[in-house]
Design a protein around this ligand. Structure first.
Ligand code: F6R
Length: 614
């Protein structure tokens, strides 16, 4: 979850370039940040609690050097204080380390270090500081006070890494060796690149605009990064060469480009995401690029958070279009369970492609012999590389911590998988494909119309007022609008900090109705046919108990206003696509309610993009 960035061989502007890199990776953690510059005279460390701007204020007069490492933190060990911010050093300031992940044998290591050296003193509560102590000890064992040569450095690094259990990506600088950064990766992403300098980062979006090609090092890889090369070894200590990959995203994709926040930018990018996700894949009579070679007896979807909600949408599509039963699990529940089903296809869904639980779930499935397919956004991510096949959603970099445009892509990905399974099951005929294709062609324009409509603006203005001074809110859906209710509630709670729950309308009387009091905002995500009437019934039930109802309905639904305080309408589209349109309103509602409450929507408290630790 933390962001790591490092540079070696950058003779001019090292500090400002490190800060520029960090600002691109800040979405991975923003409770504290720090940088360490390695110069011949020693290590220069600056750290600050809070967002990156706090660090910026104290690095202004920092001298450049030849090599440096930098970090934005999402706390796992110890509170977000300056002392716990990375980089961490040994007591003699011989090495400095940045880390993403968790050292699981921390307690034992701490004990061993304390017993071994009477003057061991720890300045932080982090597991990372132990890495610095261990590495310094091993360097000392190799060469005493002398400056270690390459061989000694590598030996010390290898022995250090052998002492750590858990998941980590690590970068370390050693006093006197400004020409190299030590790197290691174990179940946590780390990317290297070469250009005018040697680069390392926890995230490709950090490197966009700085390099063209990147090296995805593998789990177990470790070694040295230099200005013009790298020396890497695998977990057995054998030298390895990793292939480079060309970055697909450009700099503008990862910038605000005039928008006040990434979240608003990304919400508005959804028509484009929809178009590019379908391009070349769906046409009147054909479906391309979804690689499933057999008809499974069961589909098991695994994902977390917003991607899990996209998985619930995919289940509707799969069961309806192919008749194949489908189970959706949170990846963290699945990974410790015992997946069953003789011919199951395991479908992972992940925007980042780095979510630790989803990755572990997919690996657990592979160990049991199940084929895996993943719907991902980051094509070069670990999940993409681990899966047997992938379907990329082509959403471009998603920087806002709250996932928005990725959800649209993931739901569409789920629809494409369902259509492929429907074809394999002989349940989706060409005529149906043509109808869906026609609707999908028109969909992005309709979404653009919605995003630009004054009706939406006015509706949101009225709706957001209903959230003033409210601590709880509810979202109701049924059938395919139920996942949207869950997603709407998640968006609201994570960025506005209002407690929000999504419920299937039918569940209301089984408990949640007790929570409705005078003024409670309830968002009802409409559906169609009989389901719509049932939702109207739910709206009446909550209104009778004092709730203020916001109904998201389709244009032309004359009846909706009879059951709501505020109705926001969206263009009517194909039944299967309609929930995606409804979801845009939920995203914008959450956004504006959060802005009204002065919340930092791109950096919600306690959260970070890309959950790379369990
Ligand atoms: C919510 C959100 C998270 C992610 C979840 C999975 O807005 O962003 O719930 O959806 O952490 O992340 P990915 O899709 O990267 O696996």
């Amino acid at each position: 979850m933390c962001g790591i960035f490092g540079l070696v061989g950058q003779e001019k502007g090292l500090v400002s370039k490190l800060m520029a890199g960090l600002s691109k990776v800040e979405y991975r953690g923003y409770d504290s940040a720090g940088i360490c510059i390695s110069r011949p005279e020693g290590l220069d460390l600056k750290r600050a609690e809070g967002i990156l701007d706090n660090l910026k204020q104290i690095v202004g007069d920092m001298e450049d050097g030849y090599c440096g490492i930098a970090h934005t933190r999402w706390a796992t060990h110890g509170p977000p204080t300056e002392e716990n911010a990375h980089p961490h050093c040994d007591p003699q300031f011989r090495v400095a380390v940045v880390h993403n992940g968790i050292i699981e044998n921390e307690v034992q290591l701490r004990q061993i270090l304390i017993e071994a050296t009477s003057n061991t003193c720890f300045k932080s509560e982090t597991d990372t500081e132990l890495v610095a102590h261990v590495l310094a000890q091993e360097v000392d064992a190799e060469c005493g006070d002398a400056i270690p040569d390459d061989e000694q450095l590598l030996a010390a690094w290898r022995r250090s890494l052998d002492r750590f259990d858990g998941s980590f990506s690590l970068a370390a600088v050693v006093k006197g060796r400004e020409d190299v950064i030590l790197v290691a990766r174990s179940f946590s992403p780390l990317i290297l690149a070469l250009n005018d300098a040697g680069y390392l980062a926890s995230d490709v979006s950090c490197l966009i605009g700085m390099v063209k090609d990147v090296f995805f090092i593998e789990d177990g890889d470790w070694g040295l990064l230099r200005k013009d090369g790298m020396e890497l070894f695998d977990s057995e200590g054998e030298p390895v060469v990793r292939e480079s990959t060309t970055l697909q995203w450009n700099e503008e994709d990862a910038e605000l480009g005039g928008w006040p926040t990434f979240m608003l930018k990304e919400i508005n990018e959804q028509p484009g995401v929809f178009r590019s996700c379908l391009q070349g894949r769906l046409s009147r009579d054909a479906l391309r690029g979804v690689k499933i070679s057999f008809k499974p007896d069961l589909v098991r979807i695994i994902a977390c958070g917003t991607a899990f909600h996209a998985g619930l949408m995919a289940r509707h599509y799969i069961e309806e279009l192919s008749g194949i039963p489908c189970i959706v699990d949170h990846a963290h529940e699945f990974r410790y369970g015992t997946p069953s089903g003789p011919k199951a296809l395991v479908l992972g869904i992940s925007q980042s492609g780095e979510t630790a639980d989803t990755l572990a779930g997919l690996m657990a499935a592979q160990e049991r012999g199940y084929p895996t397919l993943s719907i991902v956004n980051v094509e070069s991510s670990t999940i993409a590389r681990q899966s047997d096949s992938i379907l990329t959603i082509r959403a471009g970099p998603e920087i806002g911590v709250a996932s928005t445009k990725a959800f649209t892509g993931q739901v569409l990905g789920g629809l494409l998988v369902a259509l492929r399974l429907g074809r394999l099951s002989n349940k989706v005929r060409s005529e149906e494909l043509a109808v869906i294709n026609n609707a999908a062609r028109r969909f992005p324009n309709a979404m653009e119309r919605l995003l630009a409509s004054s009706q939406l603006e006015k509706g949101l203005k009225r709706a957001r007022r209903l959230f003033h001074n409210q601590d709880h809110a509810f979202f109701l859906g049924r059938n395919s609008s139920y996942p949207i209710a869950l997603e709407g509630a998640l968006k609201l709670k994570e960025i506005s900090y209002i407690h929000a729950e999504g419920y299937a309308g039918g569940e209301l009387k089984h408990g949640p109705l007790a929570l409705i009091v005078d003024g409670t905002p309830v968002v009802v995500i409409s559906s169609d046919g009989i389901i719509q009437q049932k939702l109207f019934g739910n709206a009446r039930e909550v209104a009778a108990r004092g709730a203020r109802v916001i109904m998201i309905a389709v244009e032309g639904d004359e009846e909706a206003s009879a059951h709501a305080d505020v109705v926001i309408t969206v263009p009517k589209t194909h039944r299967l696509l309609q929930p995606i349109m409804h979801n845009v309103v939920c995203q914008l509602l959450a956004y504006h309610v959060a802005i009204d409450r002065d919340c930092d929507v791109d950096r919600p408290r306690n959260l970070a993009k890309s959950v790379t630790v369990e």
